[in-house]
Design a protein around this ligand. Structure first.
Ligand code: NAD
Ligand code: TDX
Length: 342
Protein backbone atom coordinates (compact mmCIF):
# COMPACT_ATOMS: atom_id res chain seq x y z
CA UNK A 1 0.00 0.00 0.00
CA UNK A 2 2.47 2.66 -1.15
CA UNK A 3 -0.14 4.87 -2.76
CA UNK A 4 -3.86 5.04 -2.00
CA UNK A 5 -6.79 7.15 -3.16
CA UNK A 6 -9.19 8.29 -0.46
CA UNK A 7 -12.44 9.55 -1.95
CA UNK A 8 -14.32 12.04 0.22
CA UNK A 9 -11.07 12.66 2.12
CA UNK A 10 -12.03 16.30 2.77
CA UNK A 11 -15.23 15.28 4.62
CA UNK A 12 -15.67 14.21 8.23
CA UNK A 13 -14.71 10.52 8.36
CA UNK A 14 -12.51 10.57 5.25
CA UNK A 15 -10.32 13.40 6.58
CA UNK A 16 -9.96 11.66 9.93
CA UNK A 17 -8.84 8.55 8.01
CA UNK A 18 -6.25 10.60 6.07
CA UNK A 19 -4.88 11.99 9.37
CA UNK A 20 -4.80 8.44 10.75
CA UNK A 21 -2.86 7.09 7.75
CA UNK A 22 -0.35 9.97 7.81
CA UNK A 23 0.23 9.49 11.54
CA UNK A 24 0.41 5.68 11.63
CA UNK A 25 1.73 4.57 8.23
CA UNK A 26 4.72 6.72 7.24
CA UNK A 27 5.36 4.96 3.89
CA UNK A 28 1.90 5.62 2.44
CA UNK A 29 1.10 8.46 0.03
CA UNK A 30 -2.51 9.62 -0.25
CA UNK A 31 -4.42 11.23 -3.09
CA UNK A 32 -7.69 12.69 -1.84
CA UNK A 33 -10.39 12.83 -4.52
CA UNK A 34 -13.12 15.16 -3.28
CA UNK A 35 -15.67 17.40 -5.00
CA UNK A 36 -15.66 19.82 -2.05
CA UNK A 37 -19.45 19.92 -1.79
CA UNK A 38 -20.97 21.84 1.15
CA UNK A 39 -19.73 18.92 3.34
CA UNK A 40 -16.11 18.97 2.15
CA UNK A 41 -13.57 21.42 3.52
CA UNK A 42 -9.92 21.83 2.54
CA UNK A 43 -9.21 22.98 6.08
CA UNK A 44 -9.83 19.41 7.27
CA UNK A 45 -6.50 18.51 5.64
CA UNK A 46 -4.59 21.61 6.78
CA UNK A 47 -1.19 20.92 8.30
CA UNK A 48 -0.71 17.54 6.62
CA UNK A 49 2.60 17.13 4.75
CA UNK A 50 2.23 18.19 1.09
CA UNK A 51 4.68 15.54 -0.08
CA UNK A 52 2.39 12.82 1.29
CA UNK A 53 -1.15 14.15 0.78
CA UNK A 54 -2.40 15.58 -2.51
CA UNK A 55 -5.92 16.96 -2.96
CA UNK A 56 -7.60 16.53 -6.35
CA UNK A 57 -10.87 18.46 -6.54
CA UNK A 58 -13.28 16.50 -8.71
CA UNK A 59 -16.33 14.26 -8.97
CA UNK A 60 -16.11 10.50 -8.35
CA UNK A 61 -18.61 10.10 -11.21
CA UNK A 62 -16.18 11.76 -13.68
CA UNK A 63 -15.06 8.67 -15.66
CA UNK A 64 -11.99 10.23 -17.31
CA UNK A 65 -10.64 11.72 -14.10
CA UNK A 66 -11.26 8.53 -12.11
CA UNK A 67 -9.63 6.39 -14.83
CA UNK A 68 -6.51 8.58 -14.83
CA UNK A 69 -6.15 8.50 -11.03
CA UNK A 70 -7.01 4.83 -10.46
CA UNK A 71 -4.52 3.67 -13.13
CA UNK A 72 -1.67 4.91 -10.90
CA UNK A 73 -2.72 3.69 -7.48
CA UNK A 74 -2.56 0.55 -5.32
CA UNK A 75 -5.95 0.94 -3.63
CA UNK A 76 -9.10 3.03 -3.50
CA UNK A 77 -10.79 3.62 -0.14
CA UNK A 78 -14.21 5.00 -0.94
CA UNK A 79 -15.71 7.40 1.62
CA UNK A 80 -17.25 10.05 -0.67
CA UNK A 81 -21.02 10.23 -0.37
CA UNK A 82 -24.00 12.42 0.13
CA UNK A 83 -24.36 11.44 3.78
CA UNK A 84 -27.23 13.26 5.51
CA UNK A 85 -30.63 11.59 5.87
CA UNK A 86 -32.53 14.87 6.33
CA UNK A 87 -31.09 16.26 3.06
CA UNK A 88 -32.08 13.07 1.23
CA UNK A 89 -35.70 13.58 2.28
CA UNK A 90 -35.69 17.05 0.66
CA UNK A 91 -33.85 16.19 -2.57
CA UNK A 92 -32.69 12.62 -3.31
CA UNK A 93 -31.07 13.41 -6.69
CA UNK A 94 -27.46 14.11 -5.56
CA UNK A 95 -27.67 10.92 -3.48
CA UNK A 96 -28.42 8.83 -6.57
CA UNK A 97 -25.66 10.59 -8.54
CA UNK A 98 -22.87 10.33 -5.98
CA UNK A 99 -23.73 7.20 -4.02
CA UNK A 100 -24.82 5.05 -6.99
CA UNK A 101 -23.19 6.51 -10.13
CA UNK A 102 -20.06 7.56 -8.25
CA UNK A 103 -19.54 4.09 -6.80
CA UNK A 104 -20.22 2.52 -10.20
CA UNK A 105 -17.55 4.73 -11.79
CA UNK A 106 -14.96 3.83 -9.15
CA UNK A 107 -15.50 0.06 -9.26
CA UNK A 108 -15.42 0.03 -13.05
CA UNK A 109 -11.99 1.72 -12.97
CA UNK A 110 -10.73 -0.62 -10.21
CA UNK A 111 -11.88 -3.65 -12.20
CA UNK A 112 -10.19 -2.35 -15.37
CA UNK A 113 -6.80 -1.88 -13.65
CA UNK A 114 -7.06 -4.71 -11.07
CA UNK A 115 -6.86 -2.20 -8.21
CA UNK A 116 -7.80 -3.11 -4.61
CA UNK A 117 -11.03 -1.42 -3.50
CA UNK A 118 -12.51 -0.86 -0.05
CA UNK A 119 -16.12 0.25 0.22
CA UNK A 120 -17.13 2.30 3.26
CA UNK A 121 -20.79 1.87 4.11
CA UNK A 122 -23.23 2.25 6.95
CA UNK A 123 -25.35 0.15 9.31
CA UNK A 124 -28.40 2.01 7.98
CA UNK A 125 -28.59 -0.33 4.97
CA UNK A 126 -30.09 -2.93 7.34
CA UNK A 127 -33.03 -0.69 8.32
CA UNK A 128 -33.74 -0.46 12.04
CA UNK A 129 -34.20 -2.70 15.09
CA UNK A 130 -36.77 -2.72 17.91
CA UNK A 131 -35.77 -1.06 21.18
CA UNK A 132 -33.92 -3.36 23.61
CA UNK A 133 -36.83 -3.37 26.08
CA UNK A 134 -39.11 -4.81 23.38
CA UNK A 135 -36.81 -7.77 22.60
CA UNK A 136 -36.80 -11.17 24.39
CA UNK A 137 -32.98 -11.10 24.84
CA UNK A 138 -32.93 -7.34 25.62
CA UNK A 139 -30.69 -6.69 22.63
CA UNK A 140 -28.21 -9.50 23.36
CA UNK A 141 -30.16 -12.44 21.89
CA UNK A 142 -29.48 -13.96 18.44
CA UNK A 143 -30.49 -11.59 15.60
CA UNK A 144 -31.01 -8.66 17.97
CA UNK A 145 -28.05 -6.69 16.52
CA UNK A 146 -26.98 -6.23 12.89
CA UNK A 147 -24.54 -8.77 11.42
CA UNK A 148 -23.27 -9.24 7.87
CA UNK A 149 -26.13 -11.75 7.40
CA UNK A 150 -28.93 -9.27 8.26
CA UNK A 151 -31.16 -8.69 5.20
CA UNK A 152 -30.97 -5.24 3.61
CA UNK A 153 -34.01 -3.07 4.41
CA UNK A 154 -33.11 0.63 3.97
CA UNK A 155 -35.57 3.33 5.05
CA UNK A 156 -34.48 6.66 3.53
CA UNK A 157 -33.22 7.78 0.11
CA UNK A 158 -29.78 8.09 1.75
CA UNK A 159 -29.71 4.53 3.10
CA UNK A 160 -31.34 3.14 -0.07
CA UNK A 161 -28.58 4.62 -2.24
CA UNK A 162 -25.90 3.34 0.16
CA UNK A 163 -27.55 -0.12 0.01
CA UNK A 164 -27.59 0.07 -3.79
CA UNK A 165 -23.89 0.93 -3.85
CA UNK A 166 -23.08 -2.01 -1.53
CA UNK A 167 -24.96 -4.37 -3.84
CA UNK A 168 -23.07 -3.09 -6.89
CA UNK A 169 -19.77 -3.85 -5.13
CA UNK A 170 -20.91 -7.35 -4.09
CA UNK A 171 -21.99 -8.11 -7.68
CA UNK A 172 -18.67 -6.80 -9.08
CA UNK A 173 -16.80 -9.14 -6.70
CA UNK A 174 -18.80 -12.16 -7.77
CA UNK A 175 -19.15 -11.47 -11.51
CA UNK A 176 -15.89 -9.67 -12.29
CA UNK A 177 -13.53 -10.73 -9.48
CA UNK A 178 -13.21 -7.18 -8.14
CA UNK A 179 -10.67 -7.24 -5.29
CA UNK A 180 -13.02 -5.59 -2.82
CA UNK A 181 -13.93 -5.59 0.86
CA UNK A 182 -16.87 -3.79 2.45
CA UNK A 183 -17.46 -2.32 5.89
CA UNK A 184 -20.70 -1.13 7.48
CA UNK A 185 -20.08 1.14 10.45
CA UNK A 186 -22.33 2.65 13.10
CA UNK A 187 -22.72 6.38 13.91
CA UNK A 188 -19.39 8.21 14.13
CA UNK A 189 -18.53 11.19 16.33
CA UNK A 190 -15.39 13.29 16.69
CA UNK A 191 -13.68 16.34 15.16
CA UNK A 192 -14.48 17.74 11.67
CA UNK A 193 -18.10 16.47 11.61
CA UNK A 194 -20.42 18.82 9.73
CA UNK A 195 -22.70 20.85 12.00
CA UNK A 196 -25.83 19.55 10.26
CA UNK A 197 -25.33 16.23 12.14
CA UNK A 198 -26.82 15.54 15.59
CA UNK A 199 -23.86 15.83 18.00
CA UNK A 200 -22.06 18.82 16.42
CA UNK A 201 -25.38 20.57 15.81
CA UNK A 202 -26.25 20.45 19.51
CA UNK A 203 -22.72 21.39 20.70
CA UNK A 204 -22.57 24.40 18.36
CA UNK A 205 -26.14 25.37 19.27
CA UNK A 206 -25.08 25.68 22.90
CA UNK A 207 -21.91 27.57 21.91
CA UNK A 208 -23.96 29.95 19.71
CA UNK A 209 -26.65 30.54 22.34
CA UNK A 210 -29.33 28.56 20.45
CA UNK A 211 -31.44 25.92 22.25
CA UNK A 212 -30.58 22.35 21.13
CA UNK A 213 -33.20 20.52 19.05
CA UNK A 214 -34.32 16.96 19.77
CA UNK A 215 -36.42 15.12 17.17
CA UNK A 216 -39.61 13.78 18.78
CA UNK A 217 -39.13 12.25 22.22
CA UNK A 218 -35.48 11.27 21.63
CA UNK A 219 -36.11 7.53 22.14
CA UNK A 220 -34.20 6.61 18.97
CA UNK A 221 -30.98 4.71 19.69
CA UNK A 222 -27.69 5.13 17.83
CA UNK A 223 -24.55 3.01 18.37
CA UNK A 224 -21.78 5.61 18.73
CA UNK A 225 -18.15 4.99 17.72
CA UNK A 226 -15.25 7.44 17.74
CA UNK A 227 -14.15 8.18 14.19
CA UNK A 228 -10.51 7.20 15.00
CA UNK A 229 -11.74 3.70 15.83
CA UNK A 230 -13.51 3.61 12.46
CA UNK A 231 -10.19 4.54 10.82
CA UNK A 232 -8.20 1.78 12.55
CA UNK A 233 -10.88 -0.77 11.62
CA UNK A 234 -10.88 0.26 7.94
CA UNK A 235 -7.08 0.02 7.85
CA UNK A 236 -7.23 -3.50 9.37
CA UNK A 237 -9.83 -4.60 6.79
CA UNK A 238 -7.91 -3.02 3.90
CA UNK A 239 -4.67 -4.75 4.81
CA UNK A 240 -5.85 -8.02 6.39
CA UNK A 241 -9.50 -8.51 5.41
CA UNK A 242 -10.59 -11.33 3.14
CA UNK A 243 -11.57 -10.30 -0.40
CA UNK A 244 -15.34 -10.33 -0.94
CA UNK A 245 -16.11 -10.12 2.78
CA UNK A 246 -18.25 -7.61 4.65
CA UNK A 247 -17.16 -6.53 8.13
CA UNK A 248 -19.43 -4.65 10.54
CA UNK A 249 -17.69 -1.98 12.63
CA UNK A 250 -19.08 -0.92 16.00
CA UNK A 251 -17.93 -0.22 19.55
CA UNK A 252 -20.95 -1.22 21.68
CA UNK A 253 -21.92 2.42 22.14
CA UNK A 254 -25.73 2.35 22.20
CA UNK A 255 -27.36 5.50 23.62
CA UNK A 256 -30.70 7.10 22.91
CA UNK A 257 -30.73 10.65 21.56
CA UNK A 258 -32.19 12.13 24.75
CA UNK A 259 -29.37 10.56 26.81
CA UNK A 260 -26.74 11.95 24.42
CA UNK A 261 -28.27 15.43 24.47
CA UNK A 262 -28.52 15.44 28.28
CA UNK A 263 -24.85 14.42 28.50
CA UNK A 264 -23.82 17.24 26.12
CA UNK A 265 -25.80 19.71 28.25
CA UNK A 266 -24.23 18.41 31.46
CA UNK A 267 -20.69 18.54 30.04
CA UNK A 268 -21.34 22.10 28.82
CA UNK A 269 -22.68 23.26 32.19
CA UNK A 270 -26.29 23.69 31.04
CA UNK A 271 -29.54 22.60 32.75
CA UNK A 272 -30.63 19.06 31.77
CA UNK A 273 -33.86 20.30 30.16
CA UNK A 274 -32.43 23.28 28.21
CA UNK A 275 -33.56 22.00 24.79
CA UNK A 276 -36.60 22.04 22.45
CA UNK A 277 -38.48 19.01 21.17
CA UNK A 278 -39.06 19.55 17.44
CA UNK A 279 -40.79 17.84 14.51
CA UNK A 280 -39.62 14.24 14.15
CA UNK A 281 -37.80 12.96 11.05
CA UNK A 282 -40.07 11.22 8.50
CA UNK A 283 -39.50 7.45 8.56
CA UNK A 284 -37.11 7.89 11.53
CA UNK A 285 -35.17 4.66 12.19
CA UNK A 286 -35.69 3.52 15.78
CA UNK A 287 -32.51 1.69 16.78
CA UNK A 288 -29.17 0.69 15.24
CA UNK A 289 -26.82 -1.79 16.93
CA UNK A 290 -23.74 -3.51 15.56
CA UNK A 291 -22.40 -6.98 16.33
CA UNK A 292 -18.70 -6.63 15.45
CA UNK A 293 -17.68 -10.16 16.58
CA UNK A 294 -16.45 -11.10 13.09
CA UNK A 295 -14.08 -8.11 12.94
CA UNK A 296 -12.91 -8.66 16.52
CA UNK A 297 -12.27 -12.39 16.13
CA UNK A 298 -11.01 -12.57 12.55
CA UNK A 299 -8.79 -9.46 12.47
CA UNK A 300 -8.20 -8.90 16.18
CA UNK A 301 -9.55 -5.33 15.96
CA UNK A 302 -10.69 -3.59 19.16
CA UNK A 303 -11.88 -0.01 19.69
CA UNK A 304 -9.54 2.27 21.67
CA UNK A 305 -12.13 4.95 22.57
CA UNK A 306 -14.38 3.03 24.97
CA UNK A 307 -15.38 5.92 27.25
CA UNK A 308 -18.15 7.85 25.45
CA UNK A 309 -18.27 10.57 28.10
CA UNK A 310 -14.55 11.32 27.62
CA UNK A 311 -14.78 11.14 23.82
CA UNK A 312 -17.74 13.51 23.86
CA UNK A 313 -15.95 15.93 26.21
CA UNK A 314 -12.96 15.99 23.78
CA UNK A 315 -15.32 16.60 20.87
CA UNK A 316 -17.00 19.51 22.72
CA UNK A 317 -13.52 20.94 23.35
CA UNK A 318 -12.64 20.64 19.66
CA UNK A 319 -15.74 22.61 18.55
CA UNK A 320 -15.08 25.16 21.32
CA UNK A 321 -11.51 25.63 20.06
CA UNK A 322 -12.44 25.75 16.34
CA UNK A 323 -15.25 28.32 16.14
CA UNK A 324 -13.76 29.72 12.93
CA UNK A 325 -14.27 26.29 11.32
CA UNK A 326 -18.07 26.20 11.87
CA UNK A 327 -19.40 29.66 12.74
CA UNK A 328 -19.62 30.96 9.13
CA UNK A 329 -22.11 28.21 8.25
CA UNK A 330 -24.14 28.10 11.44
CA UNK A 331 -26.84 30.62 10.51
CA UNK A 332 -27.54 29.02 7.12
CA UNK A 333 -27.67 25.47 8.55
CA UNK A 334 -30.15 26.53 11.25
CA UNK A 335 -32.27 28.51 8.75
CA UNK A 336 -32.61 25.36 6.63
CA UNK A 337 -33.72 23.31 9.65
CA UNK A 338 -36.16 26.08 10.69
CA UNK A 339 -38.01 25.70 7.35
CA UNK A 340 -38.92 22.16 8.54
CA UNK A 341 -39.73 23.23 12.09
CA UNK A 342 -36.63 21.40 13.22
P1 NAD B 1 -19.46 13.85 4.86
O1 NAD B 1 -20.75 14.30 4.27
O2 NAD B 1 -18.90 14.56 6.05
O3 NAD B 1 -18.32 13.86 3.73
C1 NAD B 1 -18.54 13.42 2.43
C2 NAD B 1 -17.40 13.92 1.56
O4 NAD B 1 -17.62 13.43 0.21
C3 NAD B 1 -17.30 15.44 1.45
O5 NAD B 1 -15.95 15.85 1.58
C4 NAD B 1 -17.81 15.76 0.04
O6 NAD B 1 -17.23 16.92 -0.53
C5 NAD B 1 -17.42 14.49 -0.71
N1 NAD B 1 -18.25 14.24 -1.90
C6 NAD B 1 -19.62 14.26 -1.97
N2 NAD B 1 -20.02 14.02 -3.22
C7 NAD B 1 -18.88 13.80 -3.96
C8 NAD B 1 -18.64 13.48 -5.32
N3 NAD B 1 -19.65 13.31 -6.20
N4 NAD B 1 -17.36 13.34 -5.73
C9 NAD B 1 -16.32 13.50 -4.87
N5 NAD B 1 -16.50 13.83 -3.58
C10 NAD B 1 -17.76 13.97 -3.12
O7 NAD B 1 -19.67 12.29 5.17
P2 NAD B 1 -19.13 11.39 6.36
O8 NAD B 1 -20.04 11.48 7.50
O9 NAD B 1 -17.69 11.69 6.53
O10 NAD B 1 -19.29 9.94 5.72
C11 NAD B 1 -18.26 9.36 4.94
C12 NAD B 1 -18.66 7.97 4.51
O11 NAD B 1 -18.88 7.15 5.66
C13 NAD B 1 -19.96 7.92 3.71
O12 NAD B 1 -19.81 6.95 2.69
C14 NAD B 1 -21.01 7.47 4.74
O13 NAD B 1 -22.05 6.78 4.11
C15 NAD B 1 -20.17 6.57 5.61
N6 NAD B 1 -20.62 6.42 7.00
C16 NAD B 1 -20.86 7.52 7.76
C17 NAD B 1 -21.24 7.38 9.11
C18 NAD B 1 -21.46 8.57 10.00
O14 NAD B 1 -21.78 8.40 11.18
N7 NAD B 1 -21.28 9.80 9.54
C19 NAD B 1 -21.39 6.10 9.64
C20 NAD B 1 -21.16 4.99 8.81
C21 NAD B 1 -20.77 5.17 7.51
O1 TDX C 1 -31.02 18.09 15.24
C1 TDX C 1 -31.14 16.86 15.30
N1 TDX C 1 -31.88 16.30 16.31
C2 TDX C 1 -32.05 14.97 16.44
O2 TDX C 1 -32.72 14.51 17.39
C3 TDX C 1 -30.51 15.99 14.34
C4 TDX C 1 -29.70 16.56 13.21
C5 TDX C 1 -30.68 14.63 14.50
N2 TDX C 1 -31.43 14.12 15.51
C6 TDX C 1 -31.55 12.66 15.68
C7 TDX C 1 -31.84 11.86 14.43
C8 TDX C 1 -31.09 10.56 14.68
O3 TDX C 1 -31.91 9.67 15.44
O4 TDX C 1 -30.25 12.22 16.10
C9 TDX C 1 -29.91 10.96 15.53
C10 TDX C 1 -28.62 11.10 14.73
O5 TDX C 1 -28.92 11.90 13.59
P1 TDX C 1 -27.83 12.20 12.45
O6 TDX C 1 -26.63 12.82 13.05
O7 TDX C 1 -28.51 12.90 11.34
O8 TDX C 1 -27.37 10.72 12.05
P2 TDX C 1 -28.16 9.43 11.45
O9 TDX C 1 -29.38 9.82 10.73
O10 TDX C 1 -28.26 8.43 12.55
O11 TDX C 1 -27.08 8.95 10.34
C11 TDX C 1 -25.67 8.97 10.67
O12 TDX C 1 -25.19 7.68 10.95
C12 TDX C 1 -25.13 6.77 9.88
C13 TDX C 1 -24.86 9.58 9.52
O13 TDX C 1 -25.34 10.88 9.24
C14 TDX C 1 -24.91 8.69 8.30
O14 TDX C 1 -24.07 9.23 7.27
C15 TDX C 1 -24.42 7.33 8.68
O15 TDX C 1 -24.55 6.45 7.59
Amino acid sequence: MKHIIVTGGAGFIGSNFVHYVVNHHPDVHVTVLDKLTYAGNKENLAGLPEDRVKLVVGDIADTELVDRLVKETNAVIHYAAESHNDNSLKDPSPFVHTNIMGTYTLIEACRKYGVRYHHVSTDEVYGDLPLREDLPGHGEGPGEKFTAETPYNPSSPYSATKAGSDLLVKAWVRSFGLKATLSNCSNNYGPYQHIEKFIPRQITNVLAGIRPKLYGEGKNVRDWIHTNDHSSAVWAILTEGRIGETYLIGADGEENNKQVLELILELMGQPKDAYDQVTDRAGHDLRYAIDSTKLNEELGWKPAFTNFREGLADTIQWYTDHKEWWLVEKEAVEAKYAQNNQ
